[in-house]
Ligand binder design. Structure first.
Ligand code: PMP
Length: 364
């Protein structure tokens, strides 16, 4: 038993999250911190979502509605699929990714992952006994579907695609996506993680759902954690062919979404849509402004379609991050992805973004 556990654990790298705000304040003797390390939405929670959660708080002793029909119906309408049988949920996109891996992968399968991307894809694939083939990004920090196609073979069961990509914020083009879908071997599924899709420029992303509706082996994974500002409530979802949803629902655990989060998600779609868009416009505006200001101090930003900026700097990014931490700003250095001079910084409120810019100028 113990040996079995250790064998599985050795396959994986433990996820170590950044320090919490309380921890940073205690460690550095600060009274406030600006947290821009985990791509959260700092304008949220939005008003109707908050009210919907408050209305549910005295019902937390009761399991949530079993099939989450209300939220699925709202999502089905939003994405133009025939009904709730095209949607399923999980506690965060991370849990959805894991359940998709469980649904599809068997010992001996292969998967393709971008080498510099969300680190869950290789871990959940290895746990299922799959061989992980890592493909580096191209020179523009973009996932290369041409390189993915070269790495594919008849054993490839999943291609994990992060679009926009975390940590680089880059997107694959519609043309490349369209070409790639037709290259996939018969048993292969293209799983597109669109956690940051709502922040992408108009027309920048392929319409993933249209491929699903056309019967291609494509799955779309999304989340309420980023654009909708509900990271603490853990609501993610997938859109896929009803047959796949049926297998997914068989494999994933029952009651994998929580009562408060479900109520908030419905309120976000039905009542907070305008507020979500208003705040997104502020974030997108600041994204472009931050990149310009970073450029002015000698950094090389990459165009981002997500709620974070990614840039190269003339210094060691781990050291700069440490200095920023001492000044009360939490960011994400990208050394873990092999980028020693690169940093990923979430777009916070304008005030928080200005504080980051002020402090990075001071550190430089
Ligand atoms: N996919 C990507 C690309 C992410 O960056 C994250 C979280 N940072 C997730 C999935 C997981 O999101 P969730 O909070 O919905 O589990």
């Amino acid at each position: 038993m113990v040996n079995g556990i250790r064998k599985k654990a050795f396959l994986c790298e433990k996820y170590v999250s950044g320090k919490s705000m309380d921890q940073v304040m205690a460690d550095y003797g600060l009274t406030s911190v600006v947290k821009l390390g985990s791509n959260e939405n700092m304008y949220a929670p939005y008003p109707n979502a908050l009210k919907a959660m408050r209305d549910q708080i005295d019902m937390v002793n009761i399991y949530p509605e079993r099939d989450y029909i209300r939220l699925k119906e709202l999502l089905a309408t939003k994405f133009g699929v025939a009904g709730p049988e095209w949607i399923s949920l999980g506690h965060g996109a991370g849990n959805v990714l894991d359940s998709v891996a469980k649904t599809l992968l068997e010992e001996g399968d292969e998967v393709i992952v971008p080498e510099q991307s969300y680190r869950l894809y290789p871990e959940i694939s290895k746990i299922m006994g799959a061989k992980v083939v890592e493909v580096p990004l191209d020179a523009t920090y973009t996932i290369s579907l041409k390189a993915f196609a070269k790495a594919m073979n008849d054993k490839t069961k999943i291609v994990w695609l992060c679009n926009p990509n975390n940590p680089t914020g880059t997107v694959v083009s519609k043309e490349d996506f369209d070409w790639f879908v037709d290259q996939m071997p018969q048993n292969c599924w293209l799983v597109v993680d669109e956690a940051y899709a709502e922040f992408a420029d108009e027309g920048a992303l392929p319409d993933v759902v249209s491929y699903i509706k056309a019967g291609k082996q494509v799955i779309d994974i999304r989340t309420f954690s980023k654009y909708y500002g509900l990271a603490g409530q853990r609501i993610g979802y997938l859109i896929a062919d009803p047959d796949f949803i049926n297998w997914y629902d068989t494999v994933s655990e029952p009651f994998n979404s929580n009562r408060l989060g479900l109520a908030a998600a419905c309120a976000l779609l039905e009542q907070d849509a305008e507020e979500c868009e208003r705040c997104k416009a502020l974030m997108v505006n600041d994204r472009e402004r931050m990149n310009k200001e970073l450029e002015a101090i000698g950094c090389v930003p990459v165009h981002s379609d997500a709620n974070f900026v990614f840039f190269e700097m003339p210094y060691d990014a781990v050291e700069v991050s440490e200095s920023l931490l001492r000044r009360g700003v939490i960011v994400r250095p990208c050394a873990g992805w092999g980028y020693r001079r690169h940093m990923r910084v979430s777009i916070g409120t304008t005030e928080q973004n200005n504080e980051f810019l002020k402090q990075i100028r001071a550190v430089f």
